[in-house]
Design a protein around this ligand. Structure first.
Ligand code: FAD
Length: 315
């Protein structure tokens, strides 16, 4: 069986959940190997967790020389690793960086690229939700090593093995790949809540909140969820743009999406339609959001959400 390379998404060695989901998918396609850009120390630490989730091998690409740069050096390093390993596929987390590295790699190796898959089966056929969720597309790469970016929450996290074997991989990075340098990087103020695109549960609020997000945040905290917002709420200055879900915001695909005081405009749907279970609270029973929900509550969110939160906290 061929190797399947999984590019690890991590912050300072702490591997993020979507990478473990990729390892579940990689096991369907071949023998998973993780590719970790970072120091050898952090790579060895991460290899333990990556191995437990199915990575038989962990290639550690020491990024001492390349971490100060944007994505181009990573694409070059991956090209060299693909040449060495001839993998059955390379999987990335669908995020800004994953998609850009994948696109650059696709050009370099002349391979087909599929972005934003929400599922990949054992034949390498992907499922995507396109045109604001109005079509489900099945696609398969027909040229070169399949490169696939997969949205968070598209597969379960499974613990299956022991620590992965660490293998140092020395990449040669050309000067031409070092044209854009990171000059500063500042961590976001921690909210204690999961990251929006990775959260298993998202509780969102719209114009119907009237600017009072306390009921949204209360329910989110009771459920261990991330908070999202419609563009109307963001444009009103009630929440920062980083919370916006939709066509011009973030695309989320959680296990549970709770839309409160959100009408369900097509541009909002584009960002949440692939959520596994959708719940809406809206005082207008004709609101379009009710067309796509699994469960709907017709009522005032300022009454419904505190009652739901209280009931959840009690249990
Ligand atoms: P509204 O449409 O005003 O709906 C408010 C809802 O709240 C109503 O259904 C109402 O019945 C309900 N409500 C009111 N009070 C209560 C209450 N007390 N309790 C319960 N329910 C209540 N939108 C996005 O969200 N994300 C995007 O990325 C995005 N991108 C866009 C890109 C373009 C190019 C364009 C043109 C638009 C975009 N939009 C986007 C905007 C989108 O078209 C809608 O205007 C927006 O989603 C509406 O937000 P909303 O549902 O919060 O507000």
């Amino acid at each position: 069986m061929s190797e399947v390379l999984v590019v690890v998404d991590h912050v300072d060695g702490a591997v993020k959940k979507p990478t473990f989901e990729l390892l579940t998918i990689a096991r369907r396609l071949g023998e998973p190997s993780a590719v970790f850009f970072g120091s050898p120390d952090k790579g060895a630490e991460a290899a333990e967790k990556l191995g437990k989730h199915g990575a038989e091998k962990v290639y550690v690409v020491d990024d001492a020389e390349i971490k100060g740069y944007l994505v181009a050096p990573k694409a070059e390093a991956l090209q060299q690793l693909v040449d060495k390993t001839s993998p059955a596929a390379v999987l990335f987390v669908s995020g800004y960086e994953g998609k850009e590295v994948a696109a650059r790699l696709a050009i370099k190796i002349g391979a087909g690229l599929i972005t934003d898959a929400v599922d990949v089966d054992d034949s390498g056929t992907t499922t995507q939700s396109v045109f604001a969720g109005s079509y489900t597309v099945k696609a398969k790469v027909t040229q070169g090593v399949p490169l696939i970016t997969v949205k968070p929450n598209s597969a379960p996290v499974e613990e299956v093995g022991a620590a992965g074997t660490v293998e140092a991989f020395a990449a040669t990075v050309s000067d031409s790949a070092k044209k854009a340098q990171i000059v500063a990087s500042q961590p976001r103020k921690a909210s204690g809540r999961p990251e929006l695109t990775e959260a298993a549960i998202v509780v969102s609020g719209g114009r119907g909140t009237g600017g009072d997000f306390a009921p949204i945040e209360g329910l989110a905290d009771a459920l261990g969820a991330a908070v999202g917002a419609s563009r109307a709420a963001v444009d009103s200055g009630w929440m920062p743009h980083s919370f916006q879900v939709g066509q011009t915001g973030k695309v989320v695909s959680p296990q549970l999406y709770v839309a409160n005081g959100i009408s369900g405009a097509i541009q909002h749907r584009a960002g949440m339609q692939t959520s596994k279970t959708i719940v809406a609270v809206n005082k207008d029973e004709e609101a379009p959001i009710f067309e796509l929900v699994d469960f709907g509550v017709v009522g005032d969110l300022h009454k419904v959400l505190p009652a739901a939160t209280e009931a959840i906290v009690k249990h």
